[in-house]
Each structure stands twice: as C-alpha cells, then as structure tokens.
Design a binder for this molecule. Structure first.
Ligand SMILES: [Zn+2]
Length: 335
C-alpha cells in the first residue's frame, strides 16, 4: 500500500523501548512506532528532510507519534543532566539584556504528565518539596493560553514552551530545542552573583511588597525605576529593591495594556482587597523612562482614571510624572 503524501515521522522507539528523535537515529538499526509498535525505518538521505517512515501505516500521525515519546525522551535526557550535576541553560531575555538561567536549579525530580495545582504540564521539574519550579510544554496542538502561562509564573513556576516544529520533526538535540523555545518567568533561576544584593525576586514577595506599600494612609505609592550599575528597572519600596523589567511585571502582576500615545504605555492591573476595596497597579513607560504607581481604593470609592488627557503626550513628560498622576497626585507636568 502506498500513500501519495507519506507522513514524515520525527520519532521512533528502539527495540528496547527507548525514544529516539530522528536526529539521533542510526542507519541499519530497527525501530518501532511508539503508538502501534509496528516497524519504522529511518530515512536519512541527502535530499529529503531526515525522517522515520512507517512500514504499515495505520492511524498514527506524526503528532501522535511525537506526543507519545518526546516527553519521555526529555525526561530521560534531563534526568541524565541532573544526575551528572550539569546545568541545562536557557536564555531569559528582557528588552535590553539576556541572562542564562539553569533550568535544573533546585530540581530534585523530573516528571512527565504532571498535574500541578495551576494546570497539566507535559513535563514538570519538581523541587525537594514536590513543587513545580519549571514546567515544559511540548507545544504540539494549539498554543497554550497566555492566562494559563501566567497562572504558573505568578506562582513562581517558570514555563518553557518548546518549538512544536522541532518536537514534531525530531530534528533536535537538547541545546537547540531549548534555544528555540520560549521561557516565561524564570528570572528567579538566575545565579545570585549575577544580581544586585537585597533584590526581591519571588513573584509572591513582589506582590506582597506592593500591596503593603498602600496598606496605610495615604493609600498610594509611586516611584521611578532606576539603574544601579549593570542593573536597570529597580524600584525601591520600603527598603526592598524590586527588579521590574516589563517582562517581570507581565509575568508577576500582568494587566491590560493601554497605549496612550507613541512611546506612552500603561499596564493596568486591579486586585480586590479583603474589605471590598480595590488596588490599582500601573506600570508606566514613557519613552526611555519607566515608573510604577499603586493606589488603593476603599469599598465604594469610584475608580476613575483620566487616561485621555493629552498632557501625557507632551515631550517633557516622564513616566514618573504620569505615575504620580495615576497614584492620585496633582497634575503638575513640566511645561
Ligand atoms: Zn504506528
């Protein structure tokens, strides 16, 4: 039986049941389909993309075949690194800089198909307490929802979404697979020595500090993000130093983006308080400057911001001017 468009498979099993991406296949070896256990043959010629061919094709699609074993291969590969004490590095980027983080930092166990409190993960790297430090999604099927990713990052779990093409085709090694993946959260995996001292990094702690900043009168706070040595986007709050590049804010606080003009951006998030009030949090970017404003509203108080005023677009206005206004201060923009 022949097929006009014979699917190209990225994965097979050895006769011993070990997952093999096509990138690691060997000519002349015998392989089995992970789904139906029928024979597969590695095609590693010069003209077509390398792939496994399925000798008696039934209902096995390349995605199903990849889904059946790619996760298991990753668990085996990462476990080998963990056992040998080697780091597994991935790049965590901010707008201006990138940092290497070790995916295996604090990892004690690696599990497939793990049901975390925030959702189902293809792979989870657990710490000694059994909490997910990092989850990995294979990326097959529909792309994950942003909201789902943020549920993990807000809880302090980094999320790595793999490039589905790499996973499907099996044209992978661990390093290039991670280089092509997207990481959300994860700055807390950075080495201590890469960071300025007294930095608050845990997402839960960042939220706690911001919440505390408005717990007593005048129930408002604003501040400009500043640079210290090689480090930008630091916010001083009650003796703490919060590191808040936009990527960190997005994965820790989140919120809806309001574009007020060219190079004028406000991310707005609101939190309920125990007494029925609300806390509004603003991440303000005006050209090169960035500031944060937090304001607490009592129950029943009207939450209203005038984001429409054209004063924001004056070239002399900086992020901290806008933040002061959003925190409820007077509009005294420089002329
Ligand atoms: Zn099959």
């Amino acid at each position: 039986m022949t097929y006009p468009h014979e699917p190209m498979y990225g994965w097979a099993l050895t006769l011993d049941g070990v997952p093999v991406p096509i990138a690691a296949a060997q000519r002349g070896q015998r392989y089995l389909c992970p789904v139906c256990k029928k024979e597969m043959v590695p095609k590693m010629g010069d003209f077509k993309q390398h792939h496994f061919a399925h000798l008696n094709l039934l209902d096995c699609t390349p995605d199903n075949v990849a889904r059946a074993v790619a996760g298991k291969w990753l668990v085996l590969t990462l476990t080998r690194y963990l056992a040998s004490g080697q780091p597994v590095l991935i790049e965590w980027r901010t707008q201006n800089t990138s940092y290497k983080v070790d995916v295996l930092k604090n990892a004690a166990a690696i599990k497939e198909n793990e049901n975390t409190p925030q959702g189902q993960a293809d792979i989870a790297l657990l710490n000694k307490k059994g909490e997910a430090q990092v989850v990995i999604l294979l990326g097959l099927g529909s792309p994950p929802e942003q909201e789902q990713l943020h549920q993990w990052t807000r809880n302090g779990t980094a999320v790595i979404v793999l490039n589905p093409t790499g996973v499907r085709t099996g044209q992978i090694q661990l390093d290039n697979l991670l280089a092509e993946s997207e990481i959300s959260g994860g700055w807390w995996l950075l080495d201590e020595k890469q960071l300025p001292p007294n930095l608050v990094r845990a997402p839960q702690m960042i939220r706690k500090v911001l919440r505390r900043a408005v717990r007593k009168p005048p129930y408002r706070f604003y501040g400009e993000l500043h640079t210290e040595g090689a480090f930008s986007h630091l916010l001083e709050v009650e003796g703490h130093k919060l590191w808040l590049p936009q990527e960190v804010w997005r994965d820790t606080i989140g919120g809806a983006r309001n574009r007020l003009g060219q190079d004028v951006d406000v991310l707005l998030q609101t939190w309920e308080t125990h007494d029925g009030g609300q806390i509004a949090l603003f991440y303000v970017t005006v050209r090169e400057t960035t500031a944060v404003a937090v304001r607490r509203f009592q129950a029943g108080e009207n939450i209203a911001f005038n984001l429409g005023t054209s004063a924001f677009r004056l070239p002399s206005v900086t992020a901290v001017d806008l933040a002061r206004h959003l925190a409820g201060g007077p509009i005294n923009f420089p002329a």
